[in-house]
Ligand binder design. Structure first.
Ligand code: PLP
Length: 363
């Protein structure tokens, strides 16, 4: 008996496996610091908006999310037609690839960067062109511009970069955008931009305004703390924004998600105060790690990256025994989300002990 024929481009894709829950230890509160989630609970007004919207769950949502689009257009001073919503900005990454790449076309991005880029590229049957990060973990924008071919359709620039945490700078990004052909779409993935405090960080939305081939991705999942509700947005000129709307999942943005996002925009000052607190905690974490003797590259998101190389999995296992689930990338490094103060403090203790154990075993 045969089985249904699946597309060959699915071969080798990671089949989604549910992540392991944190190791349970009765004596320790477990913390999942592996997904860059916001540790704060929803603001009270956001919660109220969600509860009100939940009462309408028998109705389909507004398919155009008219109110949220209008609020975002006003907040960012862009035309409503330049906005497209997605079920998280990860979905928009896939829609952008589908919008521009035919089988065999090239999608370029730095590596290591966001894991969704190679997956969406492969699903589309397109070809990934991965440009290694510089030794200081930053994007090699010159090498990326050099690598553009007549098959290049899309370039992702992730800033701050997940999982390594660095930003591109305004001057180098401007030079890069001036070099990229105008028929190649450049996507500035700014999922963590609210956490960045380096004055050299560009505002992607300013970069997009006079460049028809630039699209910006933002999300309510990280700084705004709505990861479970799945709302992200793109800002792009026509025809890119329109293509995103054509490729969107119908009714993908629930009424609950739309209302939560609207309420969050209304409470942006309070939310951004929490974000500033997390950025301060990140700076303190980086300073403490360096004091311990760790080499840590500049960090601009709500996580820190430790380039542990072959020790990444062992280090993650050591964290797990202390009730901390971090995110290892085998052979490369470990990403650790800035979280509750107790989680941050415990992580620093584990990191310090690890260095001592290493020094002891090196004799
Ligand atoms: C988290 C993340 C996103 C989007 O997350 P959503 O929850 O899908 O909005 C996009 N890009 C990067 C680099 C991320 O880390």
């Amino acid at each position: 008996m045969t089985t249904p024929r699946l597309r060959a481009s699915l071969d080798g894709l990671p089949a989604y496996k549910a992540g392991q829950g944190p190791a349970t230890r009765s004596d320790l509160v477990a913390y999942k610091i592996s997904s860059n989630e916001n540790p704060y609970p929803p603001l009270p007004g956001v919660m109220d908006a969600v509860m009100r919207a939940a009462a309408d769950m028998n109705r389909y949502p507004d398919p155009f999310s008219t109110r949220l689009i209008a609020a975002l257009a006003e907040r960012f001073d862009v035309p409503a037609e330049h906005l497209a919503l997605g079920t998280g900005s990860v979905a928009l990454c896939g829609q952008l690839v589908d919008a521009v790449a035919d089988p065999g076309d090239e999608v370029m991005y730095a590596w290591r960067s966001f894991e969704a880029y190679p997956i969406w590229t492969q699903i589309a049957g397109a070809r990934s062109v991965q440009i290694p990060l510089l030794p200081d973990e930053r994007h090699d924008l010159d090498a990326m511009a050099d690598a553009v071919t007549d098959r290049t359709r899309l370039i992702f620039v992730c800033s701050p970069n997940n999982p390594t945490g660095q930003v591109v700078h305004r001057d180098e990004l401007t030079r890069f955008l001036d070099r990229v052909p105008s028929d190649v779409l450049v996507v500035l993935d700014e999922a963590y931009v609210e956490f960045a405090d380096d004055p050299r960080v560009p505002d992607g939305i300013e970069m997009y305004r006079d460049r028809p081939n630039v699209a910006v991705l933002r999300t309510f999942s990280k700084a705004y703390g709505l990861a479970a509700l799945r709302v992200g947005f793109a800002i792009a000129h026509e025809p890119v924004a329109q293509a995103l709307r054509k490729l969107a999942l119908p009714f993908g943005i629930s009424t609950i998600a739309e209302e939560a996002a609207l309420a969050s925009l209304e409470r942006e000052p309070e939310l951004l105060e929490r974000v500033a607190e997390l950025s301060r905690a990140r700076a303190a974490m980086v300073a403490s790690l360096r004091d311990q003797g760790w080499v840590v590259a500049e960090q601009q998101a709500n996580f820190v990256w430790l380039r542990l190389g072959e020790q990444a999995l062992d280090f993650a296992a050591a964290c797990e025994t202390q009730g901390l689930t971090v995110r290892p990338f085998a052979g490369e490094g470990v990403r650790v989300t800035i979280a509750e103060p107790e989680a941050n403090a415990r992580f620093l203790t584990v990191a310090n002990e690890w260095l001592h154990d290493q020094a002891a075993s090196a004799g």
